[in-house]
Design a protein around this ligand. Structure first.
Ligand SMILES: [Zn+2]
Ligand SMILES: [Zn+2]
Length: 156
């Protein structure tokens, strides 16, 4: 009789243990720290290595691939193309290697908020990564970057 009681209370104690916490590493992974690229552009995370999308002063688009430390690295076999602007008369961009970056042949069309779709392939026959967003060139009121590269948590 006494042995049964002890066993019962042991089982109860086990049942009362808090549920195991979800793996901590897994939780941390969900939080991607927002950092701007080395030129103050937007970091595109859908490709490995990541790359920075940056609008130059002449409104040409510049893609810079980034190493693990976030610093610029020379492009390897990547190819980039983009299409943007008004749906009725879109602008097509092709990119060629200039120094250690890929630069578009044409400038971003007029406007302070230009929709764009960028297609990046790690090599010519690879599955493309596609990034779609609005290139919002207005200055963010709360960080040092333009809104397309903003590192704040607010909605855009
Ligand atoms: Zn912002
Ligand atoms: Zn900001």
């Amino acid at each position: 009789m006494k042995a049964t009681l002890v066993l019962t209370s042991t089982l109860l104690a086990l049942a009362c243990l808090p549920a195991l916490r979800a793996d901590k590493k897994e939780q941390d992974h969900g939080h991607e720290h927002k950092v701007a690229g080395p030129n103050g552009g937007r970091v595109l995370h859908s490709v490995e290595p990541h790359c920075e999308f940056f609008v130059r002063a002449d409104r040409k688009l510049q893609i810079t691939f980034l190493g693990e430390d976030g610093k610029a690295i020379a492009p390897a076999a990547q190819t980039v193309s983009a299409i943007g602007g008004e749906r009725s008369k879109p602008t097509k961009f092709s990119f060629t290697k200039t120094a250690n970056t890929l630069v578009s042949d044409v400038a971003l069309p007029e406007g302070n908020k230009v929709p764009i779709v960028i297609t990046i392939k790690s090599k010519p026959d690879a599955t493309p990564a596609v990034e779609k967003f609005a290139v919002d060139l207005s200055d963010c009121p709360t960080c040092d970057y333009r809104e397309y590269a903003c590192t704040c948590d607010h909605e855009h």
